[in-house]
Ligand binder design. Sequence first.
Ligand SMILES: *Cc1c(COP(=O)(O)O)cnc(C)c1O
Length: 378
Amino acid sequence: MNSKIWLSSPHMGGNELHYIHQAFDENWVAPLGPNVNGLEDDLAKALNKEVFVAALSAGTAALHLALIQSGVQPGDEVICQTMTFSASANPIAYCGAIPVFIDSEKETWNLCPIALEEAIQDRMAKGKKPKAIVAVHLYGMPYKVAEINAVAEKYGIPVIEDAAEGLGSTYKGENCGTFGAFGILSFNGNKIITTSGGGALVCKTKSAKDQAVFLSTQARDEAPHYQHSQIGYNYRMSNIAAGIGRGQMEVLEDRVQQRRANNFFYRQLFQDIAGVSVFVEPSDDFFSNHWLSCITIDSSLCSKTTEQLRLHLLEDQIESRPLWKPMHLQPVFAASPYYGGTVAEDLFKTGLCLPSGSNLQEEELHRIAAAIRSFFNS
Ligand SMILES: *Cc1c(COP(=O)(O)O)cnc(C)c1O
């Protein structure tokens, strides 16, 4: 039987163990140390802007702290892109706040600026101005930064930029992760680079970063004994995980190039298959890391469905996955307000993520191509 081809699996660069050995040699086996500081510096350098990065235990933790530091309180409302992974929305609930979900536009599949403004106006008319906006660079595709920022600024609402899938992507030449009041990154096992599990909060000021580090290490006041004036969290990144991250940062550019090459491979593969569109950038302003390559199938043109394709690929041990199911359609968020049409819902019904790892071998790409051709020729 053929070996399994995964959607996106960890891809080590080579120097990760070197940094881990260093941590052991110096006994920095703790949620602080030279690798944590080194990874933060590497990230700030890669983002190429005046930012202050706090390495944390997960992207979800980074989102939670971003909401807390934006002043989100129980009963507040927070706007969130509906077309996303649940981790974009769950921290809103951790705060006791209410997510207000917004549809996508068709070009980047991300937050629709028109539906966003309608929602803000309607929530304000109902008596509550949203406290923050969670916008996502889904699958690595930058959202419409200029349009979203214009709406956010008009109403004075901070944007929390979920760049968990967007490290290495750019918009008008600037790096994703640097556009919001806060940016969040993820280094989970399936992301473009991994620390096995981890994340980071990208801050605009040193004091915001210091506050994130303070909150993520149990909010300890300055005192010889343990003294606390605020609720704290255990969200700091381990120095061992950060060692993996430092090795991964050495190969980030290469990983982006490889994922973009996968996207190009799919574009060529599907160019003569009627009814299938590969998800690509709408203009040169957008540069996607193509973390995952995605397609949509128009069944009226080819009488095939994404679910049939998914099952066909699975027979050959090739993993694929439907596009993320929108949050406003999730049972857990059924009571939350929603604004927009059916763009996200239609994407969910017609879209599929294809194997996109930076470690896909030539022979695996051949297997994928053969399985896809045989499906559309049958
Ligand atoms: C992975 C992911 C997160 C959460 O990151 P973790 O490090 O897994 O906690 C948040 N948002 C999006 C869009 C993600 O894909």
